[in-house]
Design a protein around this ligand. Structure first.
Ligand SMILES: O=C(O)c1ccccc1N[C@@H]1O[C@H](COP(=O)(O)O)[C@@H](O)[C@H]1O
Length: 180
């Protein structure tokens, strides 16, 4: 199963994600986030991770990260744009013709708030990833109920915004592995 950990801010956290077997990491490029990473620093992190783990840059809209697009493998946006490597995030069903590499159902946008996932996410085509308030305790039930392509986590694996916890990342990854 695809497992992404989001909101990373240091090289050490990237090493943890690789060692623990995560599929992807996210660096938050929107200035509207408490995990915002300066763009010069985001480029350094993308270079550090390249070839070791899939990299996502995260923003609410494209204008916030235009300068970062070429540095990351995938662009995760809460707005649909025509992009071959788009991870389209929404809590509404995508419209016909809105193509994406990944569809992230996310009603949280990094807030850590969980709300039940709707039934329609099971019927969506393509690589559907569930996010929003996931943690080591609830992720197994979500996987059993919805059988997604992947899951994404941020708040529950950190001790402060942008400060990831190795132990929490490990617990989350183990919970996914046990459920998968
Ligand atoms: O992490 C953020 O600060 C963020 C800001 C703006 C848009 C998205 C953001 N993060 C994404 O939200 C999901 C869910 O987060 P959480 O687990 O509920 O904290 C996260 O996986 C990121 O992809």
């Amino acid at each position: 199963m695809f497992v992404k950990v989001c909101g990373l801010t240091t090289e050490e956290q990237i090493d943890w994600a690789v060692d623990l077997g995560y599929s992807a990491i996210g660096v938050v490029g929107t200035p509207r986030s408490k995990r915002h990473c300066e763009h010069s620093r985001a480029r350094v992190l993308a270079d550090y991770a390249r070839g070791r783990i899939t990299t996502f840059v995260v923003a609410l809209d494209m204008a916030e990260v235009t300068d970062l697009v070429e540095h990351f493998d995938v662009v995760q946006l809460y707005q649909w744009v025509e992009l071959p490597n788009l991870a389209f995030c929404s809590s509404s069903e995508p419209s016909p013709g809105q193509e994406y590499e990944y569809f992230f159902y996310d009603a949280s946008a990094g807030s850590g708030n969980y709300s039940a996932f709707p039934d329609w996410v099971r019927e969506l085509p393509g690589q559907v990833v569930l996010a929003g308030g996931l943690n080591a305790e609830n992720v197994a039930g979500v996987i059993a109920d919805h059988r997604p392509f992947g899951v994404d986590v941020s708040s529950s694996v950190e001790s402060a915004p942008g400060v990831k916890s190795y132990e929490s990342m490990k617990r989350f990854k183990q919970a996914v592995r046990a459920a998968d």
